[in-house]
Design a protein around this ligand. Sequence first.
Ligand SMILES: [Zn+2]
Ligand SMILES: [Zn+2]
Length: 241
Amino acid sequence: MMVRNFSAVVTHRLAELYSKLLPIPCFLCGDFSPHDALCKACVEDLPWLDHCCQRCALPLNESGICGQCLQHPPPQQSSLALFRYETPINHCIAAFKFHQQLVFAQLFAKLLAAKVNQRQQPLPEILIPIPLHPSRLRQRGYNQSAQLADALSQQLSIAVDKTNFIRRRNTTPQTGMSGKQRKRNVKQAFAVAKPLPYKHVALVDDVYTTGHTAAEASRCLQQNGVKTVEVWTIARAIRHY
Ligand SMILES: [Zn+2]
Ligand SMILES: [Zn+2]
């Protein structure tokens, strides 16, 4: 375990350094694009999410609030996502999350920052990545959401808090779980290490799937003094009931 962890950290640092120094081939088409994970053409072809629900980022024909959120609003006040979680963005996120493709953090942060700035709304005081449980973090070597939050912090000049919001239960990976199972799986998964001094927070995560993780994390922050929680993600999955 120790050796695996060490090599994951080294690979991660090398990937970071490499991406800063050399042009890298586009992850999707192989064309060389200076310093970005994807070339311009491939970025344009991604499944961009234009209109969506302001509360949960569900794709809609026009911006507004979806029926589900009108009936049962989630705890977070707003959600934002760049893409619909479809091919090929799912492959890009999997590479970013599990295969050390950390160069994606810069690209996703740049695109997210542009979307955030377009809104002309007050910015949050702090970015908080959805935490991994320490044992999962040791296994993977990095937390993709924390990588994204760090890159976003540089783009938006907002600080990141990676220490005071923690995952206290090591939840099972949620791929393949039903909505109900996911809800149970993340119940009380989060906690704060000390009282939080923030009023307005953006939670940063890679994918908004059923929304149970975002809701549970938002609830925990709100129980600890935060008034406004925004959820910022790369992609929004479409729920199928
Ligand atoms: Zn390309
Ligand atoms: Zn909604």
